[in-house]
Structure formats: structure tokens, C-alpha cells
Ligand binder design. Structure first.
Ligand code: LLP
Length: 438
């Protein structure tokens, strides 16, 4: 059995269950490809994060990075758990509004927020706007004046720390496109502009050093750096941040070769580092905010596919093809991300072959899993790819004009459709036929 699964996930029939429901039945009821979330895993991870802060006696916010998976139902679950969310676009903000998510618990990120997005954020009174560049300070100033409003803001800083991870998902180093650079004095200048602005209430500092990080060191260095910045600002400008936001990036286990710490262990180390550094610098202990996306949504998600064609090249290799692929999970093609899969009606069976799990998209690179050991399978069998909950559905596309899958939430033996499967009609909904004059 995959080490990603527990014995409780196998029912009497020997099938994989998700949230107490047989995965074969989910596939039969909702069809495939299908994204399924075990909601109790989402709640459990949020609660674990919270308990770290509570055990350390610090003020905090667990702010779910909704880019990992943003839907109305997901925001409702985060709200039920009293979590915060961060959004990075008008679309994510709109989804949060549709979910009736309390705007006071929303942070708005982004390195190129448009005037319209800022207007929407201010109009809806989002909790905090995380300022990323000077253009945005100016734009926000105009929007606040126009709406005769005020807003809490944070400054996103690039702390000059790069986490060891895949290049495309590193965001903390000095040459990053995100945030105010520290060394050149940009961060200090931004602080002065914000402090001088009556309509902006400077809540704190933010940094995000990368994603799918396995090592403590980068986080500890970043946490220490942020406290040093806070101490500098206190000395120079008599300003003390109320909040230090260390971003997200806590790595999760996708395959047996991944050995990250438990996500809450990262947070414990961060909180302890900030506590110690604040004491060393004679600063009041700030509230600590985190923004985990992957560690909340990732392990809760499963992609179910139906096995279709197969190609065996004698003596060379075998492709087992499923009814989805890079349109519902671009991560293997984009980042060489690795996953594990099981056949849902025999997750415990001993493997008899190793195959490439291929997608149905017209690209050689559309391989969901490069090498997967599996028992013998036949067309119609259902395959579950594990830990697909983060950046799977949220990065899905209609490539090759394939409809995006449905999404189902499951908890305590009950399943519910939270995103409908796209139809062919949905695919041409925005198309306009040529006018006669063309
Ligand atoms: N906060 C900020 C400001 C971020 O930019 C991100 C992720 C997060 C929080 C959440 O990071 P997480 O805990 O999920 O690692 N599409 C890529 C991941 C891009 C992450 C971008 N920023 C992937 O599929 O791996």
C-alpha cells in the first residue's frame, strides 16, 4: 500500500475510501476525471496550525493561501474553522465575496494589482492590502481618496533568502519580482511613504520565501530577518509592526521519497525564532501570521481517473492512459512534480508492473506519473492520484478543449458536489461567431 494511505482508508471490500466513502462509488456517481477532497483533512490541518500558536501563547492568524484551491465551498470550510484567507486577484476576491467570507479576514496580495482590483478591495473593506511596489502605493492612495476610505496595509519584503526548491516556485530572493527590496533601501522608503499616509494603517511586514520547502533553516533565517527589520524600523522611525507574516511554503509529502517535517513543526520553529529574536531586540512580541496553501489543500485532495487505453512497447516501456491529464493537473509537466497513485479497488495489491501513467492530452509531456508500480489493471478501472489538492484544480485549463473536472467534498461518509463538471456548452459559451462582414 502507498505510504500516503492509512489502514482506515481501506474498507471491508478492500477499496480506497475518501472521507468514509468508497472511491469507486464516488467515481461511479460523479464520473471521472474527478477531484475529491476529504474535508476532515482540511479542518485537521488548520486546527493543528492553530494549536501550535495556542501552545506558544502568541496572537496569530492562519491565512489559507487560496491560490492553492479557491472555490466557494473551500472558503466556507475555512470560514467554519475561523481561518483567514489570502487572495491574489479580483477573481479570488469575488469568490470569497460569493462565499460570504468575512472580509475582515481577507488579505489581498499580488505584484500588479489593478486599479479595479484595488477599488474592489477597498469597496468591500478587505482586512489588509499587502503592498508590493511603489506604483501600488500610489494607486491605493488614489483609490482611498476617491472612496474617502482607509485601509490596513502590510509591506511585502524580499528578505534576500531563497529557499531550496524548484526554481519556478522560489520567491524570496533579492531578484524576485515580488515585494520591496531590502538592501537598496526600497523597503525603508516604502515604510516612510505609508507612515506618512493618513489613509493607510501600517499593520506589519510580510515575506514569503518559497513553496514546497522541506528545511527549517530558510524559515528561521527569514523570521529572524523580519524581526531585525522591525527592530530597525522601531529605532529609526519609532514604528513597531503589530504583525509579522512569514507567508507559506511548508512542504508536504507527495511520494515516499519526500521527507518534510510535519507542517506544524515548521510553524513551531518560526514562532520560537520570532519570540527569541523579539526578546533579543527588546521588541513587543508581534502577532505571527502564516499563509499555508499547499499544506492545507494538498493532502486532502485526490484525483480520480478512469483507465483507458494502454500502449506496451515490447521490452521497452508501457503507458497506461487515463481520461484526464495536464488539463486537470499541470504540475508534473510544469515542475516535474511527482505523485503516487493506487487502483481504488485494490490499493493494497502487490504491484506486478511499472508503467508511465499518461494523460489524454496531445503532448508527449502529458505524463502524470513517470514511474508508477501497479497491479494489473484493465480499461474501466479507477485510478486515484494522491495528494493532488493543491494547485491541481486551481491551475486547471481547457487545453485541447477538454472540460474541467467536477469537484466533490466528502466528510463523515457524505459526499457533495462543490464544482460542477464543465460541459461542452460551457467550452463555447464565450465564443462569438464571426459577423457576416468578415
Ligand atoms: N503566500 C504567498 C505570498 C505566496 O506567494 C504563496 C504561494 C503562498 C502564501 C502559499 O504557498 P504554499 O503554502 O502553498 O506553498 N503553483 C506552484 C506553487 C506556487 C506558489 C506560489 N505562492 C505549485 O504548483 O507548486
Amino acid at each position: 500500500m502507498s505510504e500516503q494511505l492509512t489502514n482506515e482508508q481501506i474498507n471491508e471490500a478492500g477499496h480506497l475510501t475518501i472521507g468514509g466513502v468508497d472511491a469507486d462509488q464516488l467515481a461511479a456517481k460523479y464520473q471521472t476525471p474527478l477531484a475529491v477532497y476529504d474535508v476532515s483533512k482540511i479542518r485537521d490541518q488548520i486546527r493543528r496550525f492553530k494549536s501550535v500558536f495556542e501552545a506558544n501563547g502568541v496572537d496569530y492568524a492562519v491565512s489559507y493561501a487560496s491560490k492553492a484551491f479557491a472555490t466557494i465551498a473551500m472558503f466556507q470550510v475555512i470560514d467554519q474553522e475561523q481561518g483567514h484567507i489570502d487572495v491574489v486577484s479580483g477573481g479570488e476576491l469575488y469568490t470569497a465575496i460569493q462565499a460570504n467570507f468575512p472580509m475582515s479576514r481577507v488579505s489581498f496580495h499580488g505584484n500588479n494589482k489593478s486599479r479595479e482590483e484595488l477599488e474592489m478591495a477597498v469597496k468591500n473593506k478587505v482586512g489588509v492590502i499587502v503592498l508590493d511596489n511603489f506604483h501600488e502605493i500610489e494607486l491605493l492612495d488614489q483609490v482611498l481618496k476617491e472612496q474617502d476610505a482607509t485601509s490596513a496595509v502590510m509591506l511585502r519584503i524580499t528578505p534576500g533568502i531563497s529557499a531550496h526548491t524548484h526554481e519556478y516556485i522560489s520567491t524570496g530572493q533579492e531578484d524576485s519580482k515580488f515585494g520591496f527590496d531590502l538592501k537598496s533601501g526600497q523597503a525603508d522608503q516604502a515604510l516612510q511613504e505609508v507612515l506618512a499616509n493618513d489613509r493607510m494603517n501600517m499593520l506589519g511586514i510580510h515575506a514569503h520565501i518559497g513553496s514546497q520547502i522541506f528545511e527549517l533553516k530558510g524559515f528561521q533565517m527569514a523570521a529572524k530577518k523580519l524581526v531585525e527589520i522591525a527592530a530597525n524600523w522601531h529605532n529609526q522611525y519609532q514604528y513597531q509592526p503589530e504583525v509579522i507574516n512569514v507567508g507559506g511554503g511548508f512542504g508536504i509529502r507527495y511520494t515516499k521519497d519526500d521527507h518534510p517535517l510535519a507542517p506544524e513543526d515548521f510553524v513551531d520553529a518560526i514562532v520560537k525564532t520570532i519570540k527569541q529574536s523579539a526578546a533579543d531586540q527588546n521588541l513587543d512580541m508581534p502577532a505571527v501570521w502564516i499563509e499555508p496553501g499547499r499544506s492545507i489543500a494538498g493532502p486532502a485532495g485526490y484525483n480520480l481517473y478512469t483507465v483507458g487505453s494502454r500502449k506496451d512497447v515490447p521490452g521497452l516501456t508501457s503507458y497506461l492512459t487515463v481520461d484526464g491529464g495536464m488539463g486537470d493537473n499541470i504540475r508534473p509537466a510544469l515542475y516535474q512534480a511527482e505523485y503516487e497513485a493506487v487502483l481504488v479497488d485494490q490499493p493494497n495489491a502487490l504491484p506486478t508492473e511499472t508503467v508511465h501513467v499518461a494523460g489524454k492530452y496531445c503532448e508527449s509531456g502529458d505524463i502524470l506519473i513517470d514511474k508508477q508500480a501497479l497491479p494489473a489493471s484493465k480499461p474501466g478501472d479507477v485510478l486515484a492520484v494522491l495528494d493532488t489538492g493543491a494547485y491541481g484544480y486551481s491551475m486547471a485549463s481547457n487545453y485541447n478543449r477538454n472540460p474541467r473536472p467536477a469537484v466533490v467534498f466528502v466528510e463523515n461518509g457524505e459526499s457533495t458536489l462543490v464544482v460542477k463538471r464543465e460541459t461542452y456548452a460551457d467550452l463555447t459559451r464565450l465564443d462569438q461567431p464571426l459577423p457576416k462582414t468578415f
